[in-house]
Design a protein around this ligand. Structure first.
Ligand SMILES: C[S@@+](CC[C@H](N)C(=O)[O-])C[C@H]1O[C@@H](n2cnc3c(N)ncnc32)[C@H](O)[C@@H]1O
Length: 176
């Protein structure tokens, strides 16, 4: 297990004392490819990576993509048939294989975004779940769309308002 948040905090602290003195760093999104290099170097497949300052969750994305041969090769590394990862000097640096992650953040919107980045799903899963939700809604709400002449497929809603304007002449001066 590595504490990625600690490393990020150290980087943030250093940056704040040097170049970034007037603005917050909380909007920095770390490229997942940069994090993959650290995770591949310091962990083995199946290890647990914790980021307590996860922001948009790039640590989790990187941990998952350590199981993706194409993503690893895109970093410039080479893969042997047994899953060994070799660097540019042909030295063994890691093994291909997904790492698990625990992500946390003070900000609810950050954890929401992070959750959606790491929660990969297939279109088939999405379709199945969407149809299930539509079915549930039909069961509980379809009565709203029933009328004496059948199912209501569409409706035009129209309102007409009448406003009575009462005009009074309060001028009380003499008229010529
Ligand atoms: C620099 S951002 C992290 C960006 C992230 N590495 C990414 O790639 O999106 C720092 C995060 O730390 C969070 N944070 C700040 N103080 C915190 C605290 N005390 N506990 C947990 N999270 C905190 C902020 O909400 C922010 O999302």
């Amino acid at each position: 297990m590595i504490i990625a948040g600690n490393r990020l905090r150290q980087m943030s602290a250093k940056a704040k004392t040097t170049r970034f003195t007037t603005r917050t760093l909380t909007d920095t999104k770390v490229p997942h490819k940069a994090l993959m290099r650290y995770i591949l170097h310091y962990t083995q497949p199946g290890d647990l990576v914790f980021d307590g300052f996860c922001g948009t969750g790039m640590t989790g994305v990187a941990a998952q993509l350590c199981g993706d041969a194409k993503e690893i090769e895109a970093l410039g590394y080479r893969l042997k048939d047994d899953g060994t990862v070799l660097d540019e000097q042909n030295s063994t640096i890691s093994m291909v294989g997904e790492r698990h992650s625990i992500l946390s953040d003070l900000s609810p919107i950050a954890t929401f975004i992070a959750r959606n980045y790491v929660d990969f799903f297939g279109l088939e899963d999405f379709e199945r779940e969407a149809l299930r939700v539509v079915g549930e809604l039909e069961k509980s709400l379809s009565w709203l769309y029933e009328s004496s002449s059948g199912e209501v497929l569409s409706a035009i809603w129209s309102d007409v308002f009448f406003v009575q304007i009462v005009a009074t002449n309060s001028y009380s001066g003499k008229q010529r």
